[in-house]
Design a binder for this molecule. Structure first.
Ligand SMILES: [Zn+2]
Length: 127
């Protein structure tokens, strides 16, 4: 094992506070958020369980980068919105696209600073 790998090898967390592994050395039950999502899972209330640390020379300067890991055994299935929730979201979004002046659903969210659709705002500006 190289010197740098050894530096990030701390499965008990005695050095870094939480279990820490070099890249590609984490146990298979510990996944990043992205990996959990790919499995159709979410952390489910658990905090970060462990981390992977590695040196990066991106942006020119040498720095230590971290990826946070969650325990797949504590993860829960991803929540999918119910039909009612989807309907409510659709309604809320439609309201944000509907101009109070011309009462049309203009197909984009109304700019907050105008409060109307762009056509109505232009008419006001021209008048
Ligand atoms: Zn309008």
């Amino acid at each position: 094992m190289s010197r740098i790998r050894a530096a990030f090898w701390d499965p008990t967390g005695s050095q870094y506070g939480i279990p820490t592994y070099p890249r590609k050395m984490a146990p298979p039950h510990l996944l990043t958020l992205r990996q959990l999502t790919a499995e159709g899972l979410r952390p489910g209330g658990q905090g970060v369980q462990a981390q992977v640390l590695w040196r990066s020379r991106r942006h020119g300067a040498a720095g230590v980068r971290a990826a946070y890991l969650y325990d797949v055994r504590l993860a829960l299935p991803k929540r999918t919105p119910t039909a009612r929730q989807r309907a409510a979201l659709g309604k809320a979004n439609a309201a944000r696209r509907t101009c109070p002046e011309c009462l049309r659903d203009v197909g984009y969210v109304l700019p907050r600073h105008l409060g109307t659709c762009l056509d109505c705002a232009e008419e006001v500006a021209a008048a």
